[in-house]
Design a protein around this ligand. Structure first.
Ligand SMILES: *Cc1c(COP(=O)(O)O)cnc(C)c1O
Length: 415
């Protein structure tokens, strides 16, 4: 197909896209294509409005009254319920709070306490580092005889489920390769051996269908600032299956997780339900922004999001396959789209410089050390024509060796 035929096809795909109307719910940077929604989602108009309202009116004018007047106190639960719909969780099991790291600490501790006599935590080699670091930190607090990390290759997860394993900590989608794991099968295999499972949904919540209740998942965590578009450093979320809620305990027993925080009692008594997993005062400004951002998902079905993000990825993947200048980019994501999340990852020895050149030419992708170029397909605000353009720009950068300019080799603190 000629370039103009391809463009016509993409315009047609945008016209037929049932999610096309969502594009205008976002403030997008002018004349750029944003393929990094898997690192930091774009700004929903609703979030921008709420940011102004929460700062100017709620904080500025209503001050302390806002805890009740604007339901600040309920935000961890109310924002949690908006996310619950996206992850297949019935009400009463999901809250927004803290970061994934801190939430993992709480859930790991809770899971280990539920499995006395077992001390091994199994995770994937190549899992997101913070997930592994939190297990290591808990291991140094409790001692290796109470908590120790066992890292296994993807095809060795089931074999690693021995009698000393208390809990599996697994990412639903690998942050580098985009590989999608079988939540239902792995959870069932773990349960058959008395093992609990914590799923990390950072790269699936809001873009890949997740069925926590149907898969009988025990615990889950996820990210507010990636596909949920909650803004930089937005609070994370956590899920505790209802059947565990009356038995679990967690060690970060702050006053917001107390049954009656405003009685200021000397003794901790956990709040019933998932609220017992709250610790300190919620970050009201960022939680309000996340809460408003979640309204962009109103009326949207996750299956629709999935369909569109796969279609966007497919256009990108085919474009790369057909461009002769791009043959050195090696796809490390599963070629079978049913086995991946909402991103594609390519290996190239000069991935860093290529990524910098792309950004300088208006296509925002990201780089993961040592040699991976990652592109994410956030279906709420990306158009098919944007994907076409991003492939054209990438092709031109490679054809003209643009990336060889030394300015694209300079590394900053965040890569
Ligand atoms: C982004 C991400 C995190 C981030 O953790 P925070 O503690 O919230 O910064 C954790 N796990 C995975 C898999 C991620 O992709």
């Amino acid at each position: 197909m000629s370039a103009s035929n391809i463009r016509d096809t993409l315009v047609q795909m945008d016209r037929q896209d049932p999610l096309a109307g969502k594009f205008s719910d976002f403030e997008l940077p002018a004349s750029q294509v944003y393929l990094d929604g898997n690192s930091l989602g774009c700004l929903p108009v609703s979030a921008k409005q709420r940011a102004r309202e929460v700062v100017e009116q709620q904080w500025g004018q209503d001050l302390i009254k806002s805890w009740n007047l604007h339901q600040w106190i309920d935000l961890p639960l109310s924002a949690g319920e908006k996310i619950a719909r996206l992850i297949g969780a019935a009400p009463g099991q999901t809250i927004c709070c803290d970061s994934i790291s801190v939430n993992l600490f709480k859930l790991l501790s809770a899971a280990l306490m539920m499995r006395p006599g077992r001390h091994v935590v199994v995770s994937q080699q190549g899992n997101f580092p913070t997930d592994l670091y939190m297990v290591q930190g808990l291991g140094s607090l409790l001692g290796a005889d109470k908590c120790s990390l066992r890292l296994v290759a993807d095809d060795g997860i089931e074999a690693a489920m021995t009698g000393d394993v208390a809990v599996l900590v697994l990412s639903h989608v690998n942050f580098r390769s985009g590989a999608l794991y079988d939540m239902k099968a792995l959870t069932a295999q773990a349960h058959a051996r008395g093992i609990l499972v914590i799923w990390d949904l950072a790269h699936s919540a809001g873009v890949v269908p997740v069925a926590l209740d149907a898969c009988k998942v025990d615990f889950a965590v996820g990210c507010g600032y990636k596909y949920l578009n909650g803004g930089p450093g937005a609070p994370a979320f956590l899920y505790v299956a209802e059947r565990h809620q009356s038995q679990v305990r967690q060690p970060l027993t702050g006053w917001m997780g107390h049954q009656a925080p405003f009685e200021f009692d000397n003794d901790y008594r956990a709040a019933p339900g998932v609220a017992g997993f709250l610790s300190g005062t919620p970050p009201v400004v960022s939680l309000s922004i996340l809460d408003a951002a979640l309204d962009a998902f109103a009326g949207v079905d996750v299956a629709q999001l999935r369909r569109k993000s796969l279609a966007l990825a497919s256009v990108f993947k085919q474009g790369v396959e057909q461009a002769s200048a791009l043959s050195a980019l090696v796809l490390i994501s599963p070629a079978d789209e049913t086995l991946r999340g909402a991103q594609l990852a390519y290996r190239h020895p000069h991935a860093f410089a290529i990524c910098q050149a792309l950004i300088a030419h208006g296509v925002i992708a990201d780089f993961r050390a040592p040699d991976i170029l990652r592109v994410g397909f956030s279906p709420l605000y990306l158009r098919f024509v944007d994907i076409g353009r991003s492939v054209e720009v990438l092709n031109q950068i490679m054809l003209d060796d643009v990336w060889r300019d030394p300015v694209y080799a300079v590394r900053h603190k965040v890569t």
